[in-house]
Design a protein around this ligand. Sequence first.
Ligand code: KIV
Ligand code: ZN
Length: 516
Amino acid sequence: MQDNNIIIFDTTLRDGEQSPGASMNTEEKIQIALQLEKLGVDVIEAGFAAASPGDADAIARISEQVKNSTVCSLSRALDGDIKAAGLAIAKANKRRIHTFIATSPIHMEYKLKMTPQKVIEKAVHAVTYAKTFCDDVEFSCEDAGRSDISFLKEILDAVVNAGATTLNIPDTVGYRMPSEMGATIKELHDFIGERAILSVHNHNDLGLATASSIACIQNGARQVECTINGLGERAGNAALEEIVMILKTRRDIFGAYDTNINIKEIYPTSRLVSSITGIEAQPNKAIVGKNAFAHESGIHQDGVLKNAQTYEIMSASDIGLDKNSIVLGKHSGRHAFKDKLEALGFNLKDDEINRAFDRFKILADSKKEIFDDDIRALVSAEIIKVEEVYKLITLQLSDCNPGGLPSAAVTIRHNGEDITEAAIGNGTMDAIFKVIDRVCGAKGKLKEYKVDSVTQGKDALAKVIVKVVFDESKPAIMGHGLSVDTMLATARAYIGALNSYVSMRDGLRDVNKKLI
Ligand code: KIV
Ligand code: ZN
């Protein structure tokens, strides 16, 4: 008899990373994985091992560090993918391979060019092979939302007989209504019974991902796949925080269901993911948006002051949003700083804490009050870094007088050697990118540039986020830079993106062997 514990399967590091511009480097992925573990996620889909050596390396490093959550790698139904996944998760305390193949007529005919019988054969072979690496094997019918239910039953029966322990039913293109997804899950649940756990994976193309996930739970799904802040391909996936808070807030309906999520960690996790990916949740996003607990109108403010429940169905503190959080300043000590880092969801080693504390002290000299977002920006831009294959030592810019030639000179350390170069550009920023490309032998194409002041005030830090394509066949890579000087922050962000690109391409362990 299945219990009513809902397994939370987080795919922020895999499907979430497929959000345009959300690529993360290994160090960033490790930080997020450790925070997901603290949040109480049951299964962390840490990536797609066969995608690149960098992805495989990140999954392997996460597998070594995460102890309580199951670590999972995605793989197509191909031997090479499955082997890469099996090797990447080999050191995990609890491990899973998640293999998938498409089952809808349109995918089988046009994408796979396979008959349905061939697809079943491939699926059974994939599950059988995955079982040679671990017992816990999940099988997904990609585009199940547009697949024929009798074919779904046939393939699911075959993969369960081959040893699949979780069967995932994705609405890959977010097409189905919640009532339709619920009915599909009910029929499949009646068919599969207790032989495997049924899972759902809903995309948000019509804004229905969370509602569909809830309908699926009500009809027998015992695992939901979701992401922090609803990140994911196109319009994203079902948002973890929404599903969990629906189950918690509506105990009158969902009292029978439980998750292992520690809801106090929801807000810190959301902010950590935003600061690392550079993708902020929309202000009106349910649960974690900036305005989710803000009351603007006088009538609402008055009501909330008299009794918070007049306009609040949950409280900000439930999800770990502490409106009275301590603001640090130049007299704050190392201990308070360390506690703050932990509360914000960072999991740093001693030398990283020391470096962060040094940077914090420098910042506190120029800025009176240091807010949580300052610390998030500082750590995500300057501490969670991959190895600095290229390190910016100096940056000098020419005056931008009207009619003058904007130029930039840099010294960059590479392999122990300091290289100095200068370049002229169409503007100062262009000159900076050109000179860095010249020294590093790169050809970056800037796809996105964003500068934000981290908090308010004239002394606010500038946080620059760049997204750069270094290889046309690969997605854009993000870099963060932080400084009171915007151009210096820009140079740091660009070099950061370049270092991440090298580490993702080659894997961290090989980073010094194979340079551009
Ligand atoms: O959306 C989807 O179908 C997926 C599968 C690989 C599970 O992400
Ligand atoms: Zn998906």
